[in-house]
Design a protein around this ligand. Structure first.
Ligand SMILES: *[C@@H]1O[C@H](CO)[C@@H](O)[C@H](O)[C@H]1NC(C)=O
Ligand SMILES: *[C@@H]1O[C@H](CO)[C@@H](O)[C@H](O)[C@H]1NC(C)=O
Ligand SMILES: *[C@@H]1O[C@H](CO)[C@@H](O)[C@H](O)[C@H]1NC(C)=O
Ligand SMILES: *[C@@H]1O[C@H](CO)[C@@H](O)[C@H](O)[C@H]1NC(C)=O
Ligand SMILES: *[C@@H]1O[C@H](CO)[C@@H](O)[C@H](O)[C@H]1NC(C)=O
Ligand SMILES: *[C@@H]1O[C@H](CO)[C@@H](O)[C@H](O)[C@H]1NC(C)=O
Ligand SMILES: *[C@@H]1O[C@H](CO)[C@@H](O)[C@H](O)[C@H]1NC(C)=O
Ligand SMILES: *[C@@H]1O[C@H](CO)[C@@H](O)[C@H](O)[C@H]1NC(C)=O
Ligand SMILES: *[C@@H]1O[C@H](CO)[C@@H](O)[C@H](O)[C@H]1NC(C)=O
Ligand SMILES: *[C@@H]1O[C@H](CO)[C@@H](O)[C@H](O)[C@H]1NC(C)=O
Ligand SMILES: *[C@@H]1O[C@H](CO)[C@@H](O)[C@H](O)[C@H]1NC(C)=O
Length: 438
């Protein structure tokens, strides 16, 4: 027995740099000393250094003016990239075609003394993820993306666009069951631009994440419903949405309600790069938390921008979660109303919600089977050569020096030629060159 526990603990805390841990998590605290690790005191997640994920960039500590005792260790340091237009983290040992949540975290904390957070772009491999433009130097921000990975590795690239050096404070990867977030597939991903994933817990600023949420999504308290009161379940919630959104009972067990017949609030993307074409995917979660007396009725309509989402008057089920979801587009503000029906005797409630930016996946990377894998192996053999970072051929502006690529429309790029004559390479010729079939 003791031996089993010891063995289990060994596996839990043995961290191989550059690899997912025993539950498939990758948790990088960017900017900590190379090869160091520690266990986060709140989540018990073991965080590792950048070693094995990236070879470029430099570590920095945030300004002491922004160092607070309550600040998570993750945010007290960062890695920044003074050189090159594109710097990439490579997350390996993934399962091709599986779904993952990737989260990049940022806390500027005036680490460079310039007093001005940079603006830069994030890419996932060759696909544009989002612009990073958080103007508050003392706020921690994160951006999530839920996606299907096209290969068994994923590159997260920070692209300098002439508005300051890109930096990053943390990078997390969490595997998701393929049934989860069915809107996410090979041609469409969901991006959480700001912290738009909310629970209705009674205390402000309380965060729910791992281990309460086994998927380690971050849920923050929503406190913008006017005049609302918070109610809680006294009995345990059923975890019945496991196959779709797997919202944990700890999120569903609180709800906001009002002392009137309607809940009204508005939501805007608070995203400087949002425009009229930006599509958002909303999910609202409901569960009855109170014993409703036999003569009482809780019944309401879910109305988003004057459009009713429920086909019949909706009554939440006692301790069972339900959801309504939909895509909205083209507004500056999205208005949400939960309106009690004529027959209702109890006010509407709301337990949780998520608002994602819908992101089509269009760019086609270098053929992974052929070129990309071989080139990365060659790059590993020789160390970082010139601008060899990210996908070898795409985007075209970031093509690796010395390569010639083909760009057939709608098909993966292929490497057609290679000229390494002035690279000063020495040693045996890598067998990986054999895999460059084109
Ligand atoms: C980190 O660990 C690797 C593998 O154990 C080792 O090769 C490397 O020298 C270490 N780097 C530092 C800075 O300790
Ligand atoms: C960054 O955001 C600010 C507002 O927060 C906006 O004024 C500015 O134009 C944005 N910059 C870029 C390059 O998008
Ligand atoms: C994924 O789904 C399978 C089958 O439905 C289940 O056995 C497994 O526990 C799920 N994994 C997670 C992490 O929820
Ligand atoms: C992905 O989902 C979108 C929206 O549900 C759908 O239009 C598209 O055809 C799907 N793509 C694939 C490859 O399944
Ligand atoms: C909130 O309550 C106050 C005081 O009862 C009232 O004056 C105000 O109109 C209410 N606001 C909303 C949005 O219902
Ligand atoms: C609800 O509102 C009514 C009338 O505005 C008031 O009499 C009652 O005390 C309120 N109840 C609660 C729980 O706030
Ligand atoms: C909803 O309808 C009202 C009245 O018809 C209108 O004034 C309002 O602008 C509409 N709101 C939206 C978001 O469409
Ligand atoms: C959007 O909502 C904000 C805050 O509620 C408000 O200040 C702003 O005027 C609204 N904009 C539009 C276009 O309705
Ligand atoms: C409201 O209650 C009446 C009387 O019980 C019933 O006939 C009617 O169908 C109810 N309406 C809805 C929308 O449930
Ligand atoms: C790339 O292609 C161009 C034009 O076909 C050719 O001139 C050049 O030598 C090639 N370079 C390499 C590295 O193969
Ligand atoms: C290969 O690169 C070297 C140095 O950049 C250049 O002198 C030579 O002409 C190139 N060869 C071809 C075939 O492009």
């Amino acid at each position: 027995m003791k031996l089993c526990v010891a063995v289990l603990l060994f596996y839990m805390f043995q961290v191989i740099h550059g690899q997912p841990d025993y539950q498939g998590f990758i948790s990088i605290d960017c900017g900590i000393p190379l090869n160091s690790t520690y266990q986060d005191s709140i989540t018990n997640i073991v965080y590792v250094s950048d070693y094995g994920f990236i070879t470029t960039g430099e570590n920095r500590i945030i300004s002491s003016d922004y160092m607070e005792p309550s600040l998570a260790k993750r945010y007290s340091n960062l890695r920044f990239f003074p050189h090159g237009p594109r710097n990439c983290y490579t997350l390996r040992s993934l399962v091709m075609g599986n779904k993952y949540l990737v989260r990049a975290s940022f806390y500027y904390g005036n680490y460079d003394g310039l007093g001005k957070p940079p603006v830069f772009d994030l890419y996932l491999g060759t696909n544009y993820w989002h612009e990073v433009n958080y103007s508050d130097a003392g706020a921690f921000n994160w951006m999530d993306i839920i996606l299907v990975v096209p290969t068994d590795y994923l590159q997260v690239c920070l692209v300098n666009k002439g508005m300051g050096n890109p930096f990053i404070s943390g990078l997390d990867l969490r595997p998701l069951n393929t049934t989860l977030y069915p809107e996410v597939n090979a041609s469409q991903s969901l991006v959480l631009v700001n912290s738009n994933r909310f629970h209705m817990g009674p205390t402000d600023n309380s965060i729910i994440r791992y281990p309460s949420d086994p998927l380690d999504r971050i849920w923050t308290t929503y406190n913008a419903i006017p005049n609302c009161t918070k109610i809680s379940a006294t009995s345990p919630m059923h975890n019945n949405l496991r196959d779709v959104y797997d919202v944990p009972p700890s999120v569903m067990q609180n709800a906001a309600t009002v002392n009137s017949s309607r809940i009204d609030f508005s939501w805007n993307p608070s995203d400087p790069s949002a425009n009229i074409n930006s599509k958002y995917f909303f999910i609202f979660y409901f569960a009855e938390l109170q014993h409703v007396p036999s003569k009482a009725v809780r019944q309401f309509d879910i109305i988003v921008n004057n459009k009713t989402w429920n086909s019949r008057p909706y009554t939440p089920t006692f301790l069972f979660a339900n959801y309504f979801s939909g895509v909205v587009q083209g507004m500056e503000n999205y208005s949400v109303s939960l309106v009690a029906t004529k027959n209702a005797t109890l006010p509407p409630i709301l337990n949780a919600m998520e608002m994602y930016l819908v992101k089509p996946i269009t760019a086609v990377a270098t053929d992974p089977e052929d070129a990309a894998r071989a080139m990365m192996a060659i790059q590993d053999n020789f160390g970082v050569v010139k601008n060899w970072m990210g996908d070898p051929c795409t985007p075209k502006t970031f093509i690796w020096r010395g390569l010639n690529c083909s760009y057939p429309p709608a098909n993966p790029s292929e490497i057609m030629g290679l000229n390494l004559s002035s690279f000063g390479l020495v040693g045996a010729i890598s067998t990986n060159f054999r895999d460059l079939k084109a």
